[in-house]
Design a binder for this molecule. Structure first.
Ligand code: ATP
Length: 289
């Protein structure tokens, strides 16, 4: 598993990672979300020793990062790190020579799936094809830890689906996967947990199902006017519009439904919030950034 504790990285005046604490257990896909500049790539760089944090610890399966850990890690950076003058086949060969656990048959299968021509030079590949090649190089040794910075960016919808299925498969086989993405639909499909960053900090993290459950909204309509809600305003965020009221129920949707019923609501319904709603609520800063 990946265990990050108190990770802090400053670039001049910018706290790019501010006391980041996050666990990704084996068998789990964690989606790291956040607006541009929130600190996702910085966190990844610190995890892998490419940037030196001022504070904090990172453990992989309980042990700190050493050169040997890289045999168990697959990393795809935000911009594919490829050699333009080398062919696709040469990249795969390089990975085979540097990764003891390299699975040649799996790499060949992936090349075919992504329809990559082994003879083509990396510099001549399209953006999406370069992303795919970088991903193949990152996963062909079947690592138990995957750290992927926007792994499906630039891929067409069919290939995005292939990548997500690949990740779900790896997690089913016990890998711990941390990926960042701006495509919330991708995270929604592949991840079972999510962490949202804002200004270097993790502002919301947890299992997706539990977060969805706790973010439900209860909407009720009353005949004339919204009655006194008996202290509900102090317990949760309440919005009133005319004769309707919406309560952000903080995981207590059933109790709030019962309460509105007892107050004589004409109609009560529970609204599920999508991951996108949750993200937008969480990173909303009133347009000041
Ligand atoms: P994006 O979604 O745009 O990729 P991100 O969440 O990955 O963004 P980071 O790249 O981690 O964001 O950047 C976090 C903050 O740190 C930003 O304010 C950025 O300008 C700053 N930063 C990142 N790398 C450096 C660097 N090498 N030198 C100075 N500042 C940096």
């Amino acid at each position: 598993m990946i265990a990050i504790s108190g990770l802090t990285k400053r670039y001049g005046d910018v706290l790019a990672a501010d006391d980041v604490t996050l666990d990704v257990p084996a068998g789990s896909v964690c989606g790291l979300l956040g607006r541009n500049g929130a600190g996702k790539t910085t966190t990844f760089k610190c995890l892998l020793g490419f940037a030196r944090p001022e504070a904090g610890t990172v453990r992989f399966d309980g042990a700190p990062l050493t050169p040997l850990t890289f045999a168990r890690i697959g990393y795809a950076p935000e911009r594919p790190a490829l050699y333009n003058w080398m062919t696709v086949a040469q990249h795969v060969e390089l990975a085979r020579r540097t990764q003891p656990a390299y699975d040649e048959a799996f790499a060949r299968e992936l090349l075919a799936t992504f329809r990559l021509d082994g003879r083509k030079k990396a510099g001549k590949l399209s953006k999406g094809q370069q992303t795919a090649l970088a991903l193949i190089v990152a996963v062909a040794h079947r690592p138990s830890i995957l750290i992927l910075d926007e792994p499906a960016s630039g891929l067409d919808p069919v290939m995005q689906r292939v990548v997500l299925d690949l990740l779900i498969d790896a997690a089913t086989n016990g890998a711990a996967i941390l990926l960042s993405s701006h495509q919330i639909g991708q995270v929604d499909r592949a991840a079972d947990r999510v962490a949202i960053m804002r200004d270097g900090q993790i502002v919301l993290a947890g299992e997706l199902d539990a977060l969805r459950e706790s973010s439900r909204v209860v909407e009720a309509t009353f005949e004339r006017e919204v009655p006194d809600l008996g202290g509900l305003d102090a317990e949760m965020r309440i919005e009133r519009v005319g004769t309707s009221v919406r309560a952000h129920a903080n995981g207590r949707a059933d109790a709030v439904v019962a309460r509105f019923g007892a107050l004589g609501a004409l109609g009560v319904r529970v609204l599920d919030r999508s991951l996108e709603d949750l993200f937008l609520d969480t990173v909303d800063d009133g347009g000041t950034h």
